[in-house]
Design a protein around this ligand. Structure first.
Ligand SMILES: Cc1cc2nc3c(=O)[nH]c(=O)nc-3n(C[C@H](O)[C@H](O)[C@H](O)COP(=O)(O)OP(=O)(O)OC[C@H]3O[C@@H](n4cnc5c(N)ncnc54)[C@H](O)[C@@H]3O)c2cc1C
Length: 491
């Protein structure tokens, strides 16, 4: 049997490996010249930048993926000892260590929280994570046989007890006396492009990965997350067609028959779309009725990123750094309600060269400077981005006590219009739908089509949701569904 995959993001590459493992002939079609979707790199002068994701958790998922085709493959990574450094407008700074006990102690020292109470809260989050993960992340919510069994009951009981009756922020604010403590957990809503003031409290489970397990950084940079699976899949016979945009999913009698690209027409028994689900229906399936209710859900946030080669090294900075907004609620209101760039934004600075020394010359650093942004609804981005740039420079210069602008040696900018144009993220959204309501987990598109046999979906715009680990899980779910739908496959 032959499989055609649309796109080459991590969800697509993981699908390619999973389906190759099942013995299928796999072809991957990528509209861009580079394989990897949003996980690609770029060299600017002497600096190397990862252009998309910078936060990487659950590295074992990458290892397991490589092992699917070759047990000798290793996926080396640095396990970071601190998750992030935090900077506040009032001058307070702190480094967040990894591990619930250490985090609780840090909250006690810097924010005056009760360490025991904090530890209990974080441990409960860990329990919620363990209960939720097997049901809401690892299987399809849209197939009864995936759901049957005790794990569902355990997950639902925790969901109803801790996850649905309040927002992330309400739960965190109730727990902590200092608003700065709540802000650190609230921030994790942005890991799937949502607002902590709207997203259900269950999303606090992200703290298990960020605060308790801690982030990792692949040896060789984030780009290895797509580079390694690409190389391995290629060695095992997956065929890659770059610079070849798919223009239509071909179908007949309610089953897929192939793909039409800008260059040719291909026959396939199975198609997996890694393209944003919204555009998959809009552009590739013009005669199929789209599930409008799912597609019309509020979109996740976008981002504006400045890639700066900085002619100095800053000891106060780590791999991940956050310079918080004073009024966090107002910032999310700007992103999701007024769809504007907030004037005192939370600024995230990622510096891979802190660990991967070859990413910048000695004594210099590669800064990936990002703010969360609204989706593109036709704002005057050129003007807004210039304004944002000066606000960021002012904020960072003040906080670090050094004028930053004169240190910038090379610069490139990414923004919502480019995210849409380069990676087909609807209106520049990064993760498809936001998780800004209680039922959001149930309002993502399934990993298979209910209308066309042989059509599947992987990536962050479908179930289970945003982020690299979830995209890999979406591919695993696709493989399980394919096995169920085609029981004669060899594995
Ligand atoms: C600035 C930024 C920062 C981010 N930070 C993080 C982070 O720290 N951690 C994290 O986990 N995630 C982060 N993300 C989100 C991250 O990009 C995703 O988690 C992940 O990379 C998305 O993978 P995906 O499989 O959904 O596909 P994508 O990476 O979205 O790839 C889809 C691919 O499909 C291709 N395509 C689309 N339409 C067609 C077509 N018709 N024909 C052929 N090809 C097509 C596109 O060109 C693209 O290459 C970030 C994203 C951005 C933009």
């Amino acid at each position: 049997m032959k499989v055609g995959i649309i796109g080459s993001g991590i969800g697509a590459l993981a699908s390619a490996i999973e389906l190759k493992h099942l013995g299928l002939e796999v072809h991957v079609f990528e509209a861009n010249m580079q394989i990897g979707g949003k996980i690609v790199e770029q060299k600017l002068g002497e600096y190397r930048f990862d252009m998309g994701p910078s936060v990487f958790t659950e590295p074992h998922l990458l290892q397991d993926l490589l092992w699917r085709l070759d047990r000798a493959q290793e996926f080396p990574f640095h396990q970071l000892k601190e998750s992030c450094r935090y900077f506040y407008n009032d001058g307070q700074q702190l480094q967040m260590p990894v591990g619930n006990a250490q985090v609780a102690q840090t909250f006690a020292t810097h924010f005056g929280e009760d360490a025991l109470k904090t530890k209990k809260y974080l441990d409960r989050i860990a329990q919620n994570y363990k209960a939720i993960y097997p049901v809401f992340i690892q299987i399809s919510l849209h197939r009864v046989k995936h759901l049957l069994g005790k794990p569902l009951l355990i997950a639902l009981s925790r969901l109803f007890k801790y996850g649905l009756h309040q927002t992330m922020h309400a739960a965190n604010r109730q727990q902590f006396k200092n608003p700065k403590s709540a802000q650190i957990l609230d921030r994790l809503a942005t890991y799937n492009g949502s607002s902590p003031y709207l997203a259900p409290a269950m999303l606090n489970i992200i703290a298990q990965l960020e605060l308790n397990e801690g982030p990792a950084l692949p040896v060789g940079g984030m780009v290895q997350i797509t580079k390694r699976p690409h190389e391995l899949a290629f060695q095992h016979g997956v065929q890659f067609h770059t610079n070849e945009r798919v223009t239509e999913i071909l179908h007949h009698n309610k089953r897929v028959t192939g793909l039409q690209t800008q260059k040719a027409s291909y026959s396939f028994d199975i198609v997996v779309s890694n393209m944003d689900i919204h555009y998959t229906y809009e552009q590739l399936l013009p005669t199929i009725k789209a599930p409008q209710f799912l597609l019309k859900q509020e979109k996740s946030s976008s981002a504006v990123v400045f890639y700066w080669g900085i002619n100095k090294s800053f000891e106060t900075l780590g791999v991940h750094n956050i310079f918080f907004a004073e009024d966090y609620k107002a910032e999310f209101k700007a992103i999701f309600e007024t769809k504007t760039l907030y004037d005192d934004p939370t600024v995230y600075v990622h510096i891979s060269s802190k660990v991967e020394k070859q990413d910048a010359p000695a004594g210099k650093e590669n800064w990936f400077v990002m703010v969360n942004a609204p989706i593109n609804i036709g704002q005057d981005w050129d003007h807004e981005i210039q304004l944002l740039r000066s606000r960021i420079l002012e904020k960072l210069s003040k906080s670090l006590g050094t004028a930053i602008e004169p240190l910038i040696e090379v610069e490139q900018i990414n923004e919502p219009r480019l995210i849409d144009a380069r990676y087909s993220g609807k209106q520049g959204s990064i993760y498809g739908n936001a998780s800004n309501n209680v039922f959001s987990a149930f309002l993502r598109h399934p990993n298979f089509s209910k209308q066309l046999k042989g059509l599947y979906f992987a990536g962050v715009t479908v179930h289970p949701g945003g982020g690299i680990p979830l995209a890999i899980n979406s591919a695993k779910i696709v493989a399980r569904c394919v096995k169920e739908d085609y029981p004669n496959l060899q594995k």
